[in-house]
Design a binder for this molecule. Structure first.
Ligand code: NAD
Length: 490
């Protein structure tokens, strides 16, 4: 059975403990590879390698960093198909999605930051002094040193590279930890880094659990900045550990995103996109809209059509190109989602479609294994109050609730009543209303008449308990720097 290795100081390495964890294939529920059960010793080795590599990498001209990162881009492009298959097996997502979204986005992340590093600029101000004379104030930015990057399982290579690429582009060296639930493509990336000639120690990847490896990264005194994507509760723990050390923190956390549909929307676009924004990647995208509010005149028509479309989604073998909805990433997450479906029933919800684990599993995966993994039918629930637990807590699976509203104010009050503020979607052809509602929504990113469209130059991040700091755009490069402000009297 394949044993994944850590990547420390430019080499693949066994964990110090010599112990390994099981890595499950979600579609079959079977162990298919082993993950290093690393601990503080491996993180210390990785941090030492990163610290040693920093002076040279930090001083490497952006043009040279560009060349190396672009070699990595070419290698990921070359291996797109094998990476997509690995991502699908590891995560349970349809291979078509890994092929069209996850791996292309990992490529785009490295490409964007390779070029962006050459186009960042620092501010400079001419100042007139009282009584005459001038001064120039300017900002110098230096890479902060060793950065820690910790990512979740839902978009494994996409989010892993989203953190690593700006750190490397900024001139930082990195100690990174992918989710222990989906380690495979990060491990393939290690091998591509070696092939691309990334200098030893510039990127170090330590596999293992959050409490052991993640905590050791956050607590390490030589790791100056932490870029984390994951759950809000984990974000709280990270902030508690990092704050007394005054580390720079970017926390991209959970969501419970509203999708507000007004009766004047372009109906067909809205319906097709709402199916995607609800159930893509089994609803395991932090930006999926899980609370759908529909203006009352449209409610019955929407409900009927939405239920019909969703019931027709094909749930099954992630390797089958016709599959719309694959397997849930782990047994633990499967149990959590199913418990929320039960909770919704006790809270008075009516299941309109779904609500069950896959009732008739397809006979076998394309690899020949039996599909005894963790599948949940896309589930639509109505009849719940906007402030019940099902509607306030993040489920992060193929479960959405729908409910009607009468006024714009009512829709906004429903949308904003949660602790989260990651993203929101609004469907209307009324331009003034679109702007008005966008201004009042408590969300870090708002899509009007679309979903998941984003120029990588736009900073990204949630508000409220969905996070602090911004990723994306030039801001992500700036995050990995520290600044000095200089004033010189002329
Ligand atoms: P998680 O918080 O359980 O784990 C995320 C990562 O943190 C994993 O690598 C894990 O091993 C590590 N970790 C766990 N405990 C840790 C600790 N004490 N110290 C340091 N690291 C620790 O999240 P998950 O279940 O992997 O992912 C799902 C969550 O991620 C959802 O809440 C989802 O909304 C969120 N998410 C947010 C965004 C965003 O951009 N805001 C994007 C994707 C996912």
């Amino acid at each position: 059975m394949q044993k994944i290795q850590n990547y420390i100081g430019g080499e693949l390495a066994e964990p110090a403990s010599g112990d390994y964890l099981d890595n499950f294939e979600p579609a079959t529920g079977e162990v298919y590879s082993l993950i290093p059960d690393s601990d503080e010793r491996d993180v210390n080795a990785a941090a030492a390698a990163a610290k040693a590599a920093f002076p040279a990498w930090g001083a490497t001209p952006p043009e040279e960093r560009f060349e190396i990162l672009m070699r990595l881009v070419s290698l990921i492009e070359r291996d797109l198909e094998s990476l997509a298959v690995a991502e699908s097996v590891d995560n349970g997502k349809p291979v078509s999605l890994a092929r069209s979204i996850d791996i292309p986005r990992a490529i785009a992340n490295f490409r964007f930051y390779a070029t962006a590093a050459m186009h960042t600029a620092n501010e400079s101000y001419d100042t007139s002094l009282p009584g005459g004379g001038k001064a120039i104030n300017y900002t110098m930015r230096h890479p902060i040193g060793v950065a820690g990057c910790i990512s979740p399982w839902n978009l494994p290579l996409y989010l892993f590279t989203w953190k690593i690429a700006p750190a490397l582009a900024a001139g930082c060296t990195v100690v990174a930890k992918p989710s222990e639930v989906t380690p495979m493509t990060a491990s393939m990336l290690s091998e591509l880094c070696i092939e691309a000639g990334l200098p030893a120690g510039v990127l170090n990847i330590v596999h293992g659990t959050g409490p052991k490896v993640g905590f050791a990264i956050v607590a390490h005194k030589d790791i100056k900045a932490i870029s984390f994507t994951g759950g809000t509760k984990t974000g709280e723990e990270i902030a508690r550990t990092a704050a007394p050390m005054f580390k720079k923190l970017s926390l991209e956390l959970g969501g419970k995103n509203p999708n507000i549909i007004f009766a004047d929307c372009k109906y067909d676009d809205m319906l097709a996109t709402t199916v995607r924004s609800s159930f893509s990647n089994q609803g395991e995208i932090c930006l999926c809209g899980s609370r759908i509010f529909v203006e009352r005149p449209l409610y019955d028509r929407f409900k009927n059509d939405f239920v019909k479309r969703v019931a027709a989604l094909k749930v099954g073998d992630p390797a089958d190109p016709a599959t719309d909805v694959g397997a849930i990433v782990s047994k633990q997450h499967f149990d959590k989602i199913m418990s929320y479906i039960e909770l919704a029933k006790t809270e008075g919800g009516t299941i309109l479609t779904g609500g069950y684990a896959l009732s008739e599993p397809p006979a076998s995966t394309s690899g020949g294994g039996s599909l005894n993994g963790w599948f949940i039918e896309p589930t639509i629930i109505e009849g719940l109050k906007h402030d019940c637990r099902t509607n306030l807590e993040e489920i992060f699976g193929p479960v959405v609730t729908i409910m009607p509203f009468d006024t714009e104010e009512e829709a906004l009050s429903y949308a904003n009543c949660v602790r989260y503020g990651l993203s929101a979607t609004v469907w209307t052809e009324n331009l003034s209303r679109a702007h008005r509602v966008a201004a009042s929504l408590e969300s870090g990113i708002i899509w009007i008449n679309c979903w998941l469209l984003r120029d990588l130059r736009t900073p990204f991040g949630g508000v409220k308990d969905s996070g602090i700091g911004r990723e994306g755009g030039f801001e992500a490069i700036i995050f990995f720097t520290e600044e000095k402000n200089v004033c010189i009297k002329l």
